[in-house]
Design a protein around this ligand. Sequence first.
Ligand code: SF4
Length: 116
Amino acid sequence: MKIAIIVREETMQRCTCKGCLNAFFQKKDAFSRYEDDLTLVTFTHDGGDIDRKIEMMIKNGVDAVHLSSCMRGKSANYEPLAKQLSEYFDVVGYTHGPEEGKEPKTLIINKADKMF
Ligand code: SF4
C-alpha cells in the first residue's frame, strides 16, 4: 500500500519530522490501522504547488494520504486540504499521537464513501 505524508510547511522549517517518520516506520499510531506492507512514496509539506504535488501522487499510485498531527493542530488548511485530497485518495488526518487529539476533530475520509 502506497502512503503519502503531508506536513505543515511552517512546522517543517524547524521540525526534523521524527515523530511522523517513527510512527510510519514502526507502524504505530495512525499507521497501526494497516495490515498491508507500507511504502512511503511521498513526504512533503502543504506549501508550494499543491495541485502539482497531487498530480504526482496520483501518478505514483498513492492510496492514502496522511496529514500530519501538526497540520491537524495548527493549520487552517487542514479541513479544506483533506477534502481536496479525498477526491483522489483515502485521507487520514494525523500521523503520530492519539487519534482523538484536541479540536478540530480528526478527519478520516474513505475516498469510496466520503465519510466525514
Ligand atoms: S506531526 Fe510532529 S513530527 Fe510530524 S512534522 Fe508535525 S511536529 Fe513534526
